[in-house]
Design a protein around this ligand. Sequence first.
Ligand code: UDP
Length: 236
Amino acid sequence: MRQLFNKIYNGTLENYKSYLENRLIENKKTFVVTANPEAFMIAEKDKEYKKLLMDDVTEIVPDGIGLVKACKKLKVDVTERVPGIELAEGLLVSANKYGKKLYLFGAKQEVIDEMKKYISENFSNINLVGTQNGYVNDKESVFDDIVKLKPDIVLVALGMPLQEKLIYNNLSKFKKGIFIGVGGSFDVMSGMKKRAPKIFIKLNLEWLYRICKEPSRIKRFWNNNVKFLLNVKKYK
Ligand code: UDP
């Protein structure tokens, strides 16, 4: 696990956004995992997930304040949160600037429909080559369709670990593309769900807002974040 901590990106959000834009322009294949404590907890039990996180092709950025705090406790250098949703939004801006091809996979159909509107109204220069909601039975074969479309960006919103496993298992079929698992980001970007007010984000209390809005998240939060932080010293 310590090796995983050592892989975490140690820079600013803005620099990572510029880096991704450059990768996009240069057609360099890139796979980003926006990790939170849950990702690390899953990796402890799930060998396949740990292997994909450890692979050299996989880049890990610290989403989730819990992970940033864990790094500080372990004296692993980390600068700030790099939230998946902000990377996704940054990529839309870049894709719009350079007329790039985008594919969206995941979330409910109504969310996908709102995403289409959001993109056409705000990023008219993006070439949205395809979408697929996340409730199809055969998620694996969706990638066979995605490959044919040769997208420059593939955002997968299925929740972890599935989104990362699907990307990782299909990555070798692609010559280029920025691939990111973005969890519930489409729900927020589409306007179907509200992101926490800015003050919560600034104070690193986005997790508190999400729990208040969706109390069913509390068990998940306890198991992944609280237990993780209480036990983090064992990774020293
Ligand atoms: N989802 C999906 N198919 C599924 C299960 C989940 O498309 O079979 C979507 C769900 O609609 C949501 C996202 O995956 O948009 C996961 O969101 P969640 O808020 O759980 O992710 P987080 O941001 O907390 O990682």
